[in-house]
Design a protein around this ligand. Structure first.
Ligand SMILES: [Zn+2]
Length: 428
Protein backbone atom coordinates (compact mmCIF):
# COMPACT_ATOMS: atom_id res chain seq x y z
CA UNK A 1 0.00 0.00 0.00
CA UNK A 2 2.71 2.43 1.08
CA UNK A 3 4.67 1.50 -2.02
CA UNK A 4 1.82 2.33 -4.41
CA UNK A 5 1.17 5.74 -2.77
CA UNK A 6 4.85 6.58 -3.02
CA UNK A 7 4.88 5.47 -6.62
CA UNK A 8 1.83 7.65 -7.50
CA UNK A 9 3.37 10.66 -5.75
CA UNK A 10 6.58 10.19 -7.67
CA UNK A 11 4.71 9.93 -10.96
CA UNK A 12 2.69 13.11 -10.22
CA UNK A 13 5.85 14.93 -9.16
CA UNK A 14 7.74 13.92 -12.30
CA UNK A 15 4.75 14.86 -14.49
CA UNK A 16 4.48 18.31 -12.86
CA UNK A 17 8.19 18.83 -13.27
CA UNK A 18 7.81 17.88 -16.91
CA UNK A 19 4.95 20.31 -17.51
CA UNK A 20 6.81 23.16 -15.80
CA UNK A 21 9.99 22.32 -17.63
CA UNK A 22 8.21 22.15 -21.00
CA UNK A 23 6.51 25.50 -20.35
CA UNK A 24 9.76 27.19 -19.35
CA UNK A 25 11.50 25.67 -22.35
CA UNK A 26 8.80 27.03 -24.65
CA UNK A 27 8.87 30.45 -23.06
CA UNK A 28 12.59 30.97 -22.88
CA UNK A 29 14.11 28.83 -25.60
CA UNK A 30 11.45 28.54 -28.31
CA UNK A 31 11.34 32.19 -29.29
CA UNK A 32 8.71 32.79 -31.97
CA UNK A 33 9.70 34.91 -34.94
CA UNK A 34 7.52 37.01 -37.20
CA UNK A 35 7.93 36.45 -40.93
CA UNK A 36 6.98 38.84 -43.76
CA UNK A 37 7.82 41.90 -41.67
CA UNK A 38 9.22 43.51 -44.84
CA UNK A 39 5.63 43.82 -46.06
CA UNK A 40 5.29 46.62 -43.54
CA UNK A 41 8.28 48.56 -44.88
CA UNK A 42 6.30 50.13 -47.71
CA UNK A 43 2.82 51.40 -46.97
CA UNK A 44 0.84 52.60 -50.00
CA UNK A 45 -2.79 53.76 -50.07
CA UNK A 46 -3.95 50.26 -49.24
CA UNK A 47 -2.06 47.10 -48.50
CA UNK A 48 -2.96 43.60 -47.45
CA UNK A 49 -0.36 42.34 -44.97
CA UNK A 50 0.11 38.72 -44.01
CA UNK A 51 2.29 38.04 -40.97
CA UNK A 52 3.42 34.54 -40.09
CA UNK A 53 4.35 33.60 -36.53
CA UNK A 54 6.57 30.59 -36.05
CA UNK A 55 6.73 28.66 -33.84
CA UNK A 56 3.26 29.49 -32.61
CA UNK A 57 4.10 28.36 -29.04
CA UNK A 58 1.93 30.24 -26.52
CA UNK A 59 1.36 33.24 -28.79
CA UNK A 60 -2.23 34.30 -28.29
CA UNK A 61 -2.41 37.88 -29.53
CA UNK A 62 -0.78 39.97 -32.23
CA UNK A 63 -0.79 43.74 -32.38
CA UNK A 64 0.73 46.10 -34.93
CA UNK A 65 1.39 49.70 -33.97
CA UNK A 66 2.78 52.52 -36.11
CA UNK A 67 4.73 55.27 -34.38
CA UNK A 68 5.17 58.71 -35.93
CA UNK A 69 6.72 61.30 -33.59
CA UNK A 70 4.97 60.74 -30.28
CA UNK A 71 1.80 59.44 -31.89
CA UNK A 72 1.01 55.74 -31.66
CA UNK A 73 -1.50 54.37 -34.11
CA UNK A 74 -2.91 50.87 -33.83
CA UNK A 75 -2.97 49.24 -37.27
CA UNK A 76 -4.09 45.80 -36.19
CA UNK A 77 -4.89 43.87 -33.07
CA UNK A 78 -6.26 40.40 -32.89
CA UNK A 79 -6.01 36.86 -31.67
CA UNK A 80 -4.12 34.24 -33.59
CA UNK A 81 -6.84 31.90 -34.84
CA UNK A 82 -6.78 28.40 -33.31
CA UNK A 83 -4.05 26.21 -34.78
CA UNK A 84 -3.23 28.88 -37.36
CA UNK A 85 0.08 30.70 -37.21
CA UNK A 86 -0.69 33.70 -39.38
CA UNK A 87 -2.78 36.85 -39.41
CA UNK A 88 -3.91 38.83 -42.44
CA UNK A 89 -5.11 42.41 -42.30
CA UNK A 90 -5.40 45.50 -44.47
CA UNK A 91 -3.51 48.68 -43.73
CA UNK A 92 -5.06 51.94 -44.93
CA UNK A 93 -2.70 54.69 -43.73
CA UNK A 94 -5.03 57.61 -44.53
CA UNK A 95 -8.04 56.38 -42.59
CA UNK A 96 -5.78 55.26 -39.72
CA UNK A 97 -4.41 58.78 -39.40
CA UNK A 98 -0.87 58.06 -40.61
CA UNK A 99 0.98 60.91 -42.27
CA UNK A 100 3.10 60.70 -45.42
CA UNK A 101 6.76 59.98 -44.65
CA UNK A 102 8.63 57.72 -42.29
CA UNK A 103 7.19 55.65 -39.48
CA UNK A 104 8.30 52.95 -37.07
CA UNK A 105 6.07 49.92 -37.08
CA UNK A 106 6.13 47.62 -34.07
CA UNK A 107 4.68 44.13 -34.14
CA UNK A 108 3.97 42.75 -30.66
CA UNK A 109 3.35 39.13 -29.84
CA UNK A 110 1.69 38.50 -26.51
CA UNK A 111 2.63 35.15 -25.10
CA UNK A 112 1.12 33.17 -22.27
CA UNK A 113 -1.20 36.09 -21.34
CA UNK A 114 1.57 38.29 -19.90
CA UNK A 115 4.84 38.01 -21.80
CA UNK A 116 5.41 40.28 -24.76
CA UNK A 117 7.92 40.22 -27.57
CA UNK A 118 8.34 43.08 -30.07
CA UNK A 119 9.72 43.38 -33.58
CA UNK A 120 10.32 46.70 -35.25
CA UNK A 121 10.65 47.86 -38.86
CA UNK A 122 11.15 51.24 -40.48
CA UNK A 123 8.36 52.05 -42.86
CA UNK A 124 7.69 54.57 -45.62
CA UNK A 125 4.14 55.84 -45.87
CA UNK A 126 3.29 57.02 -49.39
CA UNK A 127 -0.34 57.05 -50.39
CA UNK A 128 0.00 59.19 -53.51
CA UNK A 129 -0.24 57.19 -56.76
CA UNK A 130 2.00 58.38 -59.61
CA UNK A 131 0.45 60.84 -62.04
CA UNK A 132 0.81 59.98 -65.72
CA UNK A 133 1.06 62.79 -68.24
CA UNK A 134 0.98 61.52 -71.81
CA UNK A 135 3.17 63.62 -74.09
CA UNK A 136 2.71 61.50 -77.20
CA UNK A 137 0.47 58.61 -78.22
CA UNK A 138 -0.82 57.65 -81.67
CA UNK A 139 -4.53 58.16 -82.47
CA UNK A 140 -4.80 54.68 -83.86
CA UNK A 141 -2.68 51.56 -84.22
CA UNK A 142 -3.19 48.72 -86.64
CA UNK A 143 -4.23 45.28 -85.41
CA UNK A 144 -0.94 43.39 -85.78
CA UNK A 145 0.99 46.67 -85.86
CA UNK A 146 3.14 48.77 -83.55
CA UNK A 147 3.00 52.02 -81.66
CA UNK A 148 4.90 54.04 -79.13
CA UNK A 149 4.28 56.47 -76.29
CA UNK A 150 6.18 59.21 -74.51
CA UNK A 151 5.11 59.90 -70.94
CA UNK A 152 6.00 62.14 -68.03
CA UNK A 153 5.63 60.78 -64.48
CA UNK A 154 5.24 62.68 -61.22
CA UNK A 155 7.55 60.25 -59.42
CA UNK A 156 9.78 57.29 -60.32
CA UNK A 157 7.64 54.28 -61.20
CA UNK A 158 7.56 51.08 -63.11
CA UNK A 159 5.62 51.92 -66.25
CA UNK A 160 4.20 49.64 -68.90
CA UNK A 161 1.69 49.59 -71.73
CA UNK A 162 -0.89 46.83 -71.53
CA UNK A 163 -2.40 45.53 -74.77
CA UNK A 164 -4.87 42.66 -74.52
CA UNK A 165 -3.24 41.41 -71.29
CA UNK A 166 0.31 41.67 -72.65
CA UNK A 167 2.74 44.01 -70.97
CA UNK A 168 5.19 46.16 -72.89
CA UNK A 169 8.09 47.61 -70.92
CA UNK A 170 8.98 51.24 -70.79
CA UNK A 171 12.38 52.85 -70.49
CA UNK A 172 13.34 55.89 -68.46
CA UNK A 173 15.17 58.20 -70.87
CA UNK A 174 15.39 61.36 -68.77
CA UNK A 175 14.65 62.57 -65.24
CA UNK A 176 10.87 62.04 -65.38
CA UNK A 177 10.48 61.01 -69.03
CA UNK A 178 9.62 57.46 -70.10
CA UNK A 179 9.15 55.90 -73.52
CA UNK A 180 7.65 52.60 -74.59
CA UNK A 181 7.22 50.80 -77.87
CA UNK A 182 4.29 48.41 -77.90
CA UNK A 183 2.78 45.92 -80.27
CA UNK A 184 -0.79 44.96 -81.03
CA UNK A 185 -0.32 41.25 -81.71
CA UNK A 186 -2.50 39.62 -84.32
CA UNK A 187 -5.02 38.14 -81.87
CA UNK A 188 -5.74 41.46 -80.12
CA UNK A 189 -9.39 42.45 -80.47
CA UNK A 190 -10.07 45.92 -81.97
CA UNK A 191 -12.36 46.43 -78.96
CA UNK A 192 -9.49 46.05 -76.49
CA UNK A 193 -8.51 49.15 -74.55
CA UNK A 194 -4.80 49.93 -74.54
CA UNK A 195 -3.82 50.96 -71.02
CA UNK A 196 -0.86 52.68 -69.41
CA UNK A 197 0.02 51.42 -65.94
CA UNK A 198 2.44 53.05 -63.48
CA UNK A 199 3.40 51.48 -60.14
CA UNK A 200 5.52 53.55 -57.76
CA UNK A 201 8.25 52.20 -55.47
CA UNK A 202 5.81 51.73 -52.59
CA UNK A 203 3.20 49.96 -54.72
CA UNK A 204 0.65 52.67 -55.51
CA UNK A 205 -0.79 52.03 -58.94
CA UNK A 206 -2.30 54.29 -61.58
CA UNK A 207 -4.02 52.89 -64.65
CA UNK A 208 -5.29 55.08 -67.48
CA UNK A 209 -6.74 54.18 -70.86
CA UNK A 210 -4.46 55.37 -73.64
CA UNK A 211 -7.29 56.46 -75.93
CA UNK A 212 -5.55 54.95 -78.94
CA UNK A 213 -7.95 53.07 -81.18
CA UNK A 214 -7.14 49.69 -82.72
CA UNK A 215 -7.81 49.56 -86.46
CA UNK A 216 -9.08 46.23 -87.71
CA UNK A 217 -6.75 44.45 -90.08
CA UNK A 218 -7.65 41.84 -92.65
CA UNK A 219 -5.59 38.72 -92.26
CA UNK A 220 -5.67 36.18 -95.02
CA UNK A 221 -6.57 32.54 -94.61
CA UNK A 222 -4.67 29.93 -96.50
CA UNK A 223 -5.11 26.19 -96.92
CA UNK A 224 -1.93 24.25 -97.55
CA UNK A 225 -2.25 20.68 -98.79
CA UNK A 226 0.58 18.49 -97.57
CA UNK A 227 1.87 15.76 -99.85
CA UNK A 228 3.42 13.59 -97.14
CA UNK A 229 6.89 14.17 -98.56
CA UNK A 230 7.41 16.79 -95.83
CA UNK A 231 7.93 13.83 -93.53
CA UNK A 232 11.67 13.79 -94.16
CA UNK A 233 12.24 16.98 -92.17
CA UNK A 234 9.90 16.23 -89.28
CA UNK A 235 11.76 13.70 -87.08
CA UNK A 236 14.72 16.07 -86.73
CA UNK A 237 12.40 18.93 -85.71
CA UNK A 238 10.60 16.62 -83.29
CA UNK A 239 13.80 15.93 -81.34
CA UNK A 240 13.39 19.38 -79.75
CA UNK A 241 10.61 17.79 -77.69
CA UNK A 242 12.82 14.86 -76.78
CA UNK A 243 12.16 11.31 -77.88
CA UNK A 244 12.66 9.56 -81.17
CA UNK A 245 10.14 10.25 -83.91
CA UNK A 246 11.60 8.14 -86.71
CA UNK A 247 8.82 6.01 -88.13
CA UNK A 248 6.05 8.04 -86.47
CA UNK A 249 2.72 8.58 -88.13
CA UNK A 250 3.00 11.55 -90.55
CA UNK A 251 -0.17 13.38 -89.49
CA UNK A 252 0.58 13.05 -85.78
CA UNK A 253 4.17 14.11 -86.21
CA UNK A 254 3.27 17.11 -88.37
CA UNK A 255 0.74 18.23 -85.76
CA UNK A 256 3.35 17.83 -83.01
CA UNK A 257 5.96 19.84 -84.90
CA UNK A 258 3.57 22.56 -86.11
CA UNK A 259 2.02 23.03 -82.66
CA UNK A 260 4.30 21.83 -79.87
CA UNK A 261 7.68 22.55 -81.47
CA UNK A 262 6.34 25.90 -82.67
CA UNK A 263 5.17 26.78 -79.14
CA UNK A 264 8.60 25.88 -77.77
CA UNK A 265 10.31 28.02 -80.44
CA UNK A 266 7.96 30.94 -79.70
CA UNK A 267 8.82 30.62 -76.02
CA UNK A 268 12.50 30.96 -76.90
CA UNK A 269 11.78 34.00 -79.10
CA UNK A 270 9.81 35.60 -76.25
CA UNK A 271 12.72 34.96 -73.88
CA UNK A 272 15.32 36.50 -76.22
CA UNK A 273 12.92 39.32 -77.15
CA UNK A 274 12.30 40.26 -73.53
CA UNK A 275 15.93 41.31 -73.00
CA UNK A 276 16.46 44.35 -75.17
CA UNK A 277 19.12 47.01 -74.54
CA UNK A 278 17.96 50.33 -73.05
CA UNK A 279 19.28 52.33 -75.98
CA UNK A 280 18.46 53.06 -79.60
CA UNK A 281 20.74 51.47 -82.19
CA UNK A 282 18.54 51.90 -85.27
CA UNK A 283 18.02 54.82 -87.66
CA UNK A 284 15.50 55.32 -90.47
CA UNK A 285 13.42 52.66 -92.12
CA UNK A 286 14.16 48.93 -91.94
CA UNK A 287 15.29 47.39 -95.21
CA UNK A 288 13.85 44.43 -97.06
CA UNK A 289 15.64 41.58 -98.80
CA UNK A 290 16.79 42.94 -102.19
CA UNK A 291 14.76 42.10 -105.32
CA UNK A 292 12.46 39.91 -103.30
CA UNK A 293 8.84 39.00 -103.74
CA UNK A 294 6.41 38.71 -100.84
CA UNK A 295 5.13 35.14 -100.79
CA UNK A 296 3.40 35.21 -97.43
CA UNK A 297 2.25 37.97 -95.09
CA UNK A 298 2.06 38.54 -91.35
CA UNK A 299 -1.04 37.26 -89.58
CA UNK A 300 -1.98 34.78 -92.27
CA UNK A 301 -4.01 31.92 -90.85
CA UNK A 302 -2.69 28.67 -92.24
CA UNK A 303 -4.66 25.48 -92.21
CA UNK A 304 -2.70 22.42 -93.21
CA UNK A 305 -4.62 19.66 -94.90
CA UNK A 306 -3.63 16.12 -95.73
CA UNK A 307 -5.68 14.19 -98.27
CA UNK A 308 -8.16 17.06 -98.11
CA UNK A 309 -8.68 16.94 -94.32
CA UNK A 310 -7.49 19.76 -92.03
CA UNK A 311 -4.91 18.37 -89.59
CA UNK A 312 -3.34 21.43 -87.99
CA UNK A 313 -3.32 25.22 -88.13
CA UNK A 314 -1.04 28.09 -87.18
CA UNK A 315 -0.55 31.81 -87.60
CA UNK A 316 2.20 33.16 -89.77
CA UNK A 317 4.03 35.71 -87.65
CA UNK A 318 6.27 37.38 -90.23
CA UNK A 319 6.79 38.01 -93.93
CA UNK A 320 8.13 35.37 -96.30
CA UNK A 321 10.36 36.91 -98.94
CA UNK A 322 11.71 34.96 -101.88
CA UNK A 323 14.48 35.94 -104.23
CA UNK A 324 17.07 33.82 -106.02
CA UNK A 325 18.45 30.82 -104.13
CA UNK A 326 21.04 31.58 -101.47
CA UNK A 327 20.44 35.33 -101.57
CA UNK A 328 22.41 37.57 -99.29
CA UNK A 329 20.38 38.52 -96.22
CA UNK A 330 21.05 42.05 -94.97
CA UNK A 331 20.57 43.27 -91.41
CA UNK A 332 17.41 45.38 -91.65
CA UNK A 333 18.87 48.06 -89.40
CA UNK A 334 21.74 48.75 -86.99
CA UNK A 335 21.78 46.59 -83.90
CA UNK A 336 23.40 43.85 -81.86
CA UNK A 337 23.04 40.14 -82.64
CA UNK A 338 21.33 38.54 -79.64
CA UNK A 339 20.66 35.11 -81.15
CA UNK A 340 22.32 33.11 -83.93
CA UNK A 341 21.47 29.43 -83.87
CA UNK A 342 19.08 26.64 -84.73
CA UNK A 343 15.52 27.53 -83.74
CA UNK A 344 13.46 24.45 -84.62
CA UNK A 345 10.81 25.21 -87.24
CA UNK A 346 12.52 28.56 -87.90
CA UNK A 347 15.71 26.70 -88.84
CA UNK A 348 18.96 28.66 -88.68
CA UNK A 349 17.88 31.96 -87.21
CA UNK A 350 19.41 35.34 -86.39
CA UNK A 351 17.77 37.83 -84.04
CA UNK A 352 19.07 41.41 -83.96
CA UNK A 353 18.31 43.75 -81.07
CA UNK A 354 17.68 47.34 -82.18
CA UNK A 355 17.12 48.56 -78.62
CA UNK A 356 14.20 49.70 -76.44
CA UNK A 357 12.36 46.42 -77.04
CA UNK A 358 12.60 46.37 -80.85
CA UNK A 359 14.18 43.36 -82.61
CA UNK A 360 14.24 41.77 -86.07
CA UNK A 361 14.29 38.05 -86.86
CA UNK A 362 15.68 36.21 -89.90
CA UNK A 363 14.79 32.54 -90.34
CA UNK A 364 15.44 29.49 -92.57
CA UNK A 365 19.02 30.72 -93.26
CA UNK A 366 21.77 28.58 -94.79
CA UNK A 367 24.24 29.50 -92.07
CA UNK A 368 25.50 32.56 -90.24
CA UNK A 369 27.90 35.35 -91.07
CA UNK A 370 27.51 36.80 -87.57
CA UNK A 371 27.51 35.51 -84.01
CA UNK A 372 25.87 36.50 -80.77
CA UNK A 373 27.22 39.79 -79.45
CA UNK A 374 28.24 41.22 -82.85
CA UNK A 375 27.34 44.82 -83.64
CA UNK A 376 25.87 44.95 -87.14
CA UNK A 377 25.23 47.82 -89.52
CA UNK A 378 22.13 48.30 -91.66
CA UNK A 379 22.67 46.34 -94.89
CA UNK A 380 25.49 44.17 -93.53
CA UNK A 381 25.20 40.56 -94.74
CA UNK A 382 24.28 38.31 -91.81
CA UNK A 383 23.64 35.08 -93.75
CA UNK A 384 22.14 33.52 -96.88
CA UNK A 385 18.63 32.33 -97.60
CA UNK A 386 17.83 28.62 -97.56
CA UNK A 387 15.05 26.35 -96.37
CA UNK A 388 16.28 25.11 -92.97
CA UNK A 389 13.58 24.30 -90.38
CA UNK A 390 9.96 23.86 -91.46
CA UNK A 391 10.17 25.50 -94.91
CA UNK A 392 8.98 24.23 -98.25
CA UNK A 393 11.31 26.32 -100.43
CA UNK A 394 14.25 28.73 -100.36
CA UNK A 395 13.08 32.01 -98.76
CA UNK A 396 13.67 34.42 -95.92
CA UNK A 397 11.18 34.55 -93.08
CA UNK A 398 11.48 38.08 -91.70
CA UNK A 399 9.90 39.11 -88.42
CA UNK A 400 9.74 42.15 -86.18
CA UNK A 401 9.45 41.71 -82.42
CA UNK A 402 8.52 44.13 -79.70
CA UNK A 403 9.33 42.82 -76.22
CA UNK A 404 9.35 39.37 -77.84
CA UNK A 405 5.88 39.70 -79.40
CA UNK A 406 5.76 39.40 -83.18
CA UNK A 407 4.18 42.28 -85.09
CA UNK A 408 3.93 43.11 -88.78
CA UNK A 409 7.22 44.25 -90.34
CA UNK A 410 5.30 46.22 -93.00
CA UNK A 411 5.19 49.42 -90.93
CA UNK A 412 8.90 49.27 -90.10
CA UNK A 413 9.79 49.17 -93.83
CA UNK A 414 7.83 52.41 -94.30
CA UNK A 415 9.91 55.55 -93.66
CA UNK A 416 6.85 57.82 -93.58
CA UNK A 417 5.19 55.70 -90.91
CA UNK A 418 8.39 55.75 -88.85
CA UNK A 419 8.68 59.52 -89.22
CA UNK A 420 5.10 60.22 -88.18
CA UNK A 421 4.38 57.45 -85.65
CA UNK A 422 7.68 56.48 -84.05
CA UNK A 423 10.03 59.46 -84.27
CA UNK A 424 7.79 61.59 -81.99
CA UNK A 425 8.43 58.98 -79.28
CA UNK A 426 12.17 59.54 -79.59
CA UNK A 427 12.16 63.33 -79.77
CA UNK A 428 13.06 64.62 -76.32
ZN1 LIG B 1 7.52 32.47 -92.78
Amino acid sequence: MQGIKKFVRTVVFVALLGIIGFTLYNLFFLKPKVYNLQQLEKLPKEKVVNLVVSPRAYVDRVSVVAIQGNKEILLFEGKLPKEVNEVTFTVKPESSGLKEGEARVVVKLRRFYIFEKSFEVRAIVDTQPPRIHILYAPYTVLQGGSGGIKVKLSEPAQLYVEVGGRKFKSYKVKEDLYISLFGVPVDTSPRDVIKVVAIDEVGNETVIPLGTGIKRNNFQSLRIELSGKEKVMLPKLGTILGGNYEGSNFVELFKKVNEEVRAENERKIAEVGGNSAPQRYWRGNFIQLKNSKVISRYGEKRTYTYRGKPISSSRHMGYDLASVKNSRVPAANHGVVVFAGDLGIYGNTVIIDHGYGLMSLYAHLADFRVSKGDMVKKGQVIGYTDMTGLAFGDHLHFGILIDGYEVTPLEWWDSKWIRTRIEPVFSY
